[in-house]
Design a binder for this molecule. Sequence first.
Ligand SMILES: [Ca+2]
Ligand SMILES: [Ca+2]
Length: 261
Amino acid sequence: MDLTNCTFSAGIVFSFPDKYLLQPGARILIVRDAAAFQAAYPAIPAGQIAGAFTGDTALSNNGEPLELLAANGLPIKSFTYNNNAPWPEAADGSGAGLVLINPTLNPDHTNPANWRRSTALALPGTGDAYTYTTWATANSLTDAGGSLDPDSDGLANLIEYALGTPPGSATTPPLVPLLQPLVVDGLPGSWLTVALTRPPGRDDATLTVESSTDLTPGWLPALPVGAPIQNLDGTTTQLYRHPAPAAGPRQFLRLKAIRVP
Ligand SMILES: [Ca+2]
Ligand SMILES: [Ca+2]
């Protein structure tokens, strides 16, 4: 992709130089001071640095609009990030960075759900996503689809990967149903809930909690209660509830994993 004359109109002051080419899937860096950056990160090739922004326009830790314009003046990307929920608050402060989930799928940058905290200290110029394939190889699994359950704990390998649990030994059921009092839309009631805890970085597996009252096809999404909780170990916990209050004879919640291509 030829980025000649592509310009940031918000966020930083920077225009790409003449004949600047970005290869498919490549990552480039725009830094405050190229020499200082190279001294701090000697392992990063100088060719990965596209240049330095000017005018002391470093990105705000509190969030701000960011817009990249094409040479014809039309926006390529335009969005405003933030350090408060529903944006991932764990990316705030020193250390972890704000990372786009599954960037090769060209997600909507304006949607905070498409962003997460980095899995460790933010390392410029690299992706930090783990993959099911890497995990399966590390665990000596020959299960490309992730549907097998070699430890017979009822959790298919893709779910074990998404949860960060061991595929070779029995895992405690990850969803513990709990009836609890909640006020929903101003109405107090008793609701069937589960808490789902996930490690960051397993972007190629989506996990959803689904609900039913009769186990027939046509499960409906369970609904999140409140904002996700960022745990000290880097995992995130989200509480979900059945869409209807616990008035009927039976309610069910299940966990569904889908492999993102
Ligand atoms: Ca299993
Ligand atoms: Ca297991």
